[in-house]
Structures are given as structure tokens and as C-alpha cells.
Ligand binder design. Structure first.
Ligand code: XLS
Ligand code: NI
Ligand code: NI
Length: 440
């Protein structure tokens, strides 16, 4: 049976196409700097938003009209797998991602839940044999059920820590079974709501203990996927421990986990932390820690994780600038951790949303590559810091200066000449590149 009857294979038809179910800019075979767009962008579909999500919000019930809505329990889970593989194939995406509970129903018995996961994983494995789609990453949902009310690995209750370990143990086994390229740890409810009842030091030590145990177990079973930590500043807790990349990096370094993890950076989490998306990508990149991306966008008027499909071309361009400068994402990819709006409730919207997002990143990639090829920003930045390539600047960089030498130098200065940062000019150039790249 077909779940998405209105849509055949989504193909690249170019900017002049009027077919709503065609890519206008994402051409999987087109090369950007020696790599095909498919290889560079490594798009992934989020199972939770696209197949499990029902379109509910805090004020209203689900609106999503899905062909499997009449089912429940394990039957619903199986129908979603069938639907998902039809969707992956029609969209032509190379990857997908899931939480354990997106694919299989949870019950009150841990044993039963793990059995449900095994049953659906076997089915997914079967589908993967005849499909091109691969698993970008999997993860464990340790935030929905009431037991996680105070956190998982950072919970004040050791029984909860043990329960979380059992879930992640299974997650690592599932990742290995399905050949996942990464394993994600998003903070879930690892944080606090008030310090009045919180032993922050112990909670952070426990989180690190948990990660070390996960690392050891992955090694034990020969699961060599890249581990990824996904920073988010708040929501659901008031303060999430993995606030942003810089905070996460300090944590990883303190607990000797910096070689085990990289970052999975989500655009909307960056903005919630008061940063731009590109700030978080840059911070990870310059530290050799850029692992993967949860591609979405927030809304400047709304202060929460709205998980919208990414369509802002300035943002996709500056993100792709960082990703290309990073020589790509390695085993990571661009996972659409994004959901259609509640009002976009039919299945066609799932295609429209992914097509819009994939085209937006394809545009960003092409513009970013031109900016890099033409060294527009590189030349400007190089010139701006040129005082460090000779004289006293070179001495500073090479460690040949100390405060005595610098004081002497400063006292002899007769004039200090600063130059303009030219921010507005550069923004104008960025706009020119955005428009020019696709001008006919
Ligand atoms: C929530 C997170 C979550 C992770 C996976 O805000 O983005 O969806 O990506 O647990
Ligand atoms: Ni995410
Ligand atoms: Ni998120």
C-alpha cells in the first residue's frame, strides 16, 4: 500500500520548474568543490517530527492527518516504519534519525519496552536491506515519561540513573545493529529548575560518569559511531547543563571526554542561547568539534524551540560557510529536526517542508562556496589582522613578546591607526552574492 499517493519521486527540475514536488535548487548530483550536493549536505529526516509527531501544542490536540491515524500500539509503530521508508525513498534522502520511543511504544515494563524496540528494529533492518537510506544517528528518549521528572543521568535518584543506563545500553546496541554513523546525547531533562534543591556538582559528575560508561560499553560491543552532544540552553528545564557549545566543551574537557564527543548543533538551540547558528558552528569548528547539525530555525518573536523548517537563506549560507570551511561534516549530516506547523496538517506538507529545507541549504551551499572561492571574507579578514604577520604582532604570535617588551613598544608609539570594520559593506556583498549566484 502507498501512504503518500500524491507524490512520486521528488527530482531536481531546476529553478524554473512549477512542479511543487520537485527540487528547484537541490541537485544531488551537482558538484560543489569536488563533492556532490548529496555527499556534502547529507540530509536526514527526523522520525519524531515527521512520522511520530501528531501536531499537538499546549493548547490543542493533534491535527496531523496521517494514513495510519486509526492504528495504535505496535501496529501503529509498524505502519509508521512502512510509511517512513516510502517517504525516504520518494524524497531521496540518504539518512534518517530516531529516538527509541519514536519507533516503538513504551509500556510500564522496561523489559517489554526493550522487546518492542527490538521487534521494530528488526523490521527497520529488513527495510534497510533494500533501501539506500542509512541511519545518521539514534538516541534515547529520556524526557517524556513522568519518571524523568528530575532528569535521567543527573536525577537525584540512583534508580533513575540505572534505568537511563539500561535505555542507552539498548540504544548503543541498536545503533550497532543498524550501522548508525553517530549516537546522540541531547540533554533531555539534564538540568535543573531551582538550585535550592540541587547538588549541581554531583549531578555534573554523574553525567560524566554516565558518558564514560556509555563510551566503555560502545567499545565493548565494537560500536564505533561518533558520539555527539547536543547543546540547548533551556527547555524543558530552566537551565540545561549543556547550555551551548562553549559550556559543553568546558564540561567535556573537565571530564576527559573531549576525544569521545563532538557537537550536534541545532540552529534553534543556538538562538535560544543568545547566539547565532553560525556562532555555534564556528565555536565548534575552531575547536575541531563540529560533528553534525540539527537543521531547523527558530522565530525571533517566539522564545522557545519552534523547530521550523529552515528557509532563511542568510542563515543557511552562513551555516554552509562554516560547514564547507570545516571540510564537511564527516560522519555527521543535516538532520531536519523540524516539524511542519500545526496548520500544515496533511501529508503533502511533509514533502513541501523537506523540499523547502533542502533547497534552502542547497542555495546556502552554492553561495557559501562562491564566497570561499572568491575569498571575499577571507581576504578582508586577512587584511584586518595583518598587524600580526610582522613586527610586534608577529612577536606576540610567536611567543617572543612579554609585558616589558610590549610596554617599551607602546611608549614609543606616536600614533595608533585603527581601520573600519566595514560591517555594512560586507553585508551588502553577502546580499549581492545571494542574488547573483542564481541570476539568470
Ligand atoms: C530537542 C532536541 C531533540 C534532540 C534529540 O530540543 O532538539 O529533538 O535533537 O533528542
Ligand atoms: Ni535536536
Ligand atoms: Ni531542539
Amino acid at each position: 500500500m502507498s501512504y503518500f499517493k500524491n507524490v512520486n519521486h521528488v527530482k531536481f527540475e531546476g529553478a524554473n520548474s512549477t512542479n511543487p514536488f520537485a527540487f528547484k535548487y537541490y541537485n544531488p548530483e551537482e558538484k560543489i568543490n569536488g563533492q556532490t550536493m548529496e555527499e556534502l549536505l547529507r540530509f536526514g529526516v527526523s522520525y519524531w517530527h515527521t512520522f511520530t509527531g501528531e501536531g499537538n501544542d499546549p493548547f490543542g490536540a493533534g491535527t496531523a492527518v496521517r494514513p495510519y491515524n486509526h492504528l495504535s500500539g505496535i501496529d501503529l509503530a509498524k505502519a509508521r516504519v512502512e510509511a517512513s521508508f516510502e517517504f525516504f525513498e520518494k524524497l531521496g534522502v540518504p539518512y534518517f534519525c530516531f529516538h527509541d520511543l519514536d519507533i516503538a511504544p513504551e509500556t510500564d515494563s522496561l523489559k517489554e519496552t526493550l522487546n518492542n524496540i527490538d521487534e521494530i528494529v528488526a523490521m527497520i533492518k529488513d527495510y534497510m536491506k533494500t533501501s539506500k537510506v542509512k541511519l545518521l544517528w539514534n538516541t534515547a528518549n529520556m524526557f517524556t515519561h513522568p519518571r524523568w521528572v528530575h532528569g535521567a543521568a543527573t536525577a537525584p535518584n540512583a534508580d533513575i540513573f540505572a534505568y537511563a543506563a539500561a535505555k542507552v545500553k539498548k540504544g548503543l546496541e541498536v545503533g550497532k545493529e543498524l550501522g548508525s554513523e553517530n549516537y546522540v546525547f541531547w540533554g533531555g531533562r539534564e538540568g535543573y529548575d531551582t538550585l535550592l534543591n540541587t547538588n549541581m556538582g554531583l549531578e555534573l559528575d554523574n553525567l560524566a560518569r554516565f558518558f564514560h560508561m556509555a563510551k566503555d560499553y560502545a567499545k565493548e560491543i565494537g560500536f564505533d559511531a561518533q558520539f555527539l552532544i547536543e547543546p540547548k540552553p533551556q527547555e524543558p528545564t530552566k537551565h540545561q547543563y549543556d547550555f551551548d557549545v562553549a559550556t559543553g566543551l568546558a564540561f567535556l574537557q573537565k571530564y576527559d571526554l573531549q576525544d569521545t564527543f563532538k557537537f550536534n548543533i541545532e540552529a534553534n538551540h543556538a538562538t535560544l542561547a543568545g547566539h547565532t547558528f553560525e556562532h555555534e558552528l564556528r565555536t565548534a569548528r575552531i575547536n575541531g568539534m563540529l560533528g553534525s547539525v540539527d537543521a531547523n530555525q527558530g522565530d525571533t518573536l517566539l522564545g522557545w524551540d519552534t523547530d521550523e523548517f529552515p528557509t532563511d537563506l542568510h542563515s543557511t549560507t552562513l551555516a554552509m560557510y562554516e560547514i564547507i570551511k570545516n571540510n564537511g561534516l564527516g560522519t555527521g549530516g543535516l538532520n531536519f529536526d523540524a516539524k511542519v506547523r500545526r496548520g500544515s496538517f496533511d501529508t503533502d506538507d511533509l514533502f513541501h517542508a523537506h523540499i523547502a529545507g533542502m533547497d534552502a541549504f542547497a542555495i546556502g551551499a552554492k553561495v557559501a562556496q562562491r564566497l570561499i572561492d572568491d575569498k571575499v571574507l577571507d581576504n578582508f579578514v586577512e587584511e584586518r589582522y595583518s598587524s600580526y604577520t610582522s613586527g610586534i604582532g608577529l612577536d606576540i604570535v610567536e611567543g617572543k613578546a612579554d609585558f616589558h617588551k610590549l610596554e617599551k613598544y607602546a611608549l614609543e608609539l606616536t600614533e595608533i591607526k585603527n581601520t573600519s570594520g566595514r560591517q555594512e559593506q560586507l553585508k551588502g556583498i553577502l546580499n549581492k552574492y545571494l542574488l547573483e549566484t542564481f541570476a539568470k
